[in-house]
Write a protein that binds this ligand. Sequence first.
Ligand SMILES: [Mn+2]
Length: 469
Amino acid sequence: MTRVIHTGDTHIGYSQYQSPVRRQDFLDAFEAVVDDAVDEGVDAVVHAGDLFHDRRPDLRDLMGTISVLRRLDDAGIPFLAVVGNHESTRDGQWLDLFERLGLATRLGDEPVVAGDTAFYGLDHVPVSRRDDLDYAFADHGARHAALVAHGLFEPFGYADWDTETVLAESDVDFDAMLLGDNHTPDTATVADTWVTYPGSTERASASERDGRGYNVVVFDADAAGGDDRVEIRRRALNTRPFVFVSVELREGEGESRVRERVREYDLADAVVHVEVTGEGEPVTPAAVEEFATDEGALIARVADRREVEADGEVDVSFADPEDAVRDRLDEMSLSTATRDVERAVRSEAIPDTNVRETVKRRVEERLDEDEDLGAFDPVSPDAADEAVDDGDAGNDLDGDAGNDLDGDAGNDLDGGEVDGGDESGGEEVNADDGEVDSGGEDAEESPAEEAADAGSASTDGQVSMEDYL
Ligand SMILES: [Mn+2]
């Protein structure tokens, strides 16, 4: 019998909403999982990738992570893990460092036995490189076997990885696939093999409305009455409260009605998302956000979904703001890749709900497929600019931009995150996590939304940056 905790998509280091409190939350969630593992003396903690939110976690997060892993190690519990798309680096993985420190085991083609179960690993692999995979795993002599993998697998939302193919081509007969990447917890069977996602351990996006948790997985010949060799149970984590307030304003109603609705909720230390729909008076988001934080919320975000009466007759004849923006961008010596991102964010042709995925895809394509790293070099009109910009441009893409794109940009730009309302899970898949990793590994949107987006993508007559660049 083997009993493990299966977790993943921890996203340590994610300063969601640029909040240091949120940043700590992600590490705390990891610690909570490890606390439970130590309390219960499980045979292993299996981590299915995206321990870190980005490929360059800072020192605080690394030290915090090492402390948590050390507690696990002190308790004699192995930490078995694979590399997710968010944290993957070209020249070695953080997980290898932890392994070198004796705090983790990186799973791969060779079995790692805990209890009487052999664990194997499959790191995240971009769609473009999956044809090269042979799913060749070494033999094992254990009673059970499990494959730990990071990616969007069938039969769950946004899947782009065919689970039946993986199982059919694998040399090992797996009892279970313990997965990460899709932030929506779910369990199913494919070809008599259990496939399960534990979901993220903190909400990495406001679309992740359901409670967070992890899996307790038992491999036992007698599990579930003897018919089944695997038992998967979900356990809840106590995470940062998120409050979702939906206000449909009627004619004549305005900000005071919004406040009234917001006040109906327990806002203490919560992340509060307010969505305004319907008719009524204009509402100033910042004023409502301030009201919510005054009432105790940690963070508040207001999205006004009402149709804004766009007056197409208005012709901006003074210095066009688009011109000013373009001039300023020219001065900034941004890299080609940064320009890609900037265009995606500002383009009217890309609906807000698609921005996150579009940006993710463009950056991923350059990183993973074309290996077009030159695109991350600053492009400057003159050498002086280049000298100045060199470091920053690189840093922004790798570090901060990464954070922004992954998390906050998603949340802030979001249209889709709050309103999707599709708890079907589509949204939870991180676009950003690779969740929308190229090829939709992290697809944020439900097919329905995408369809809607496609419709709204038609131009509304406004001139976008695309027209200038
Ligand atoms: Mn993730």
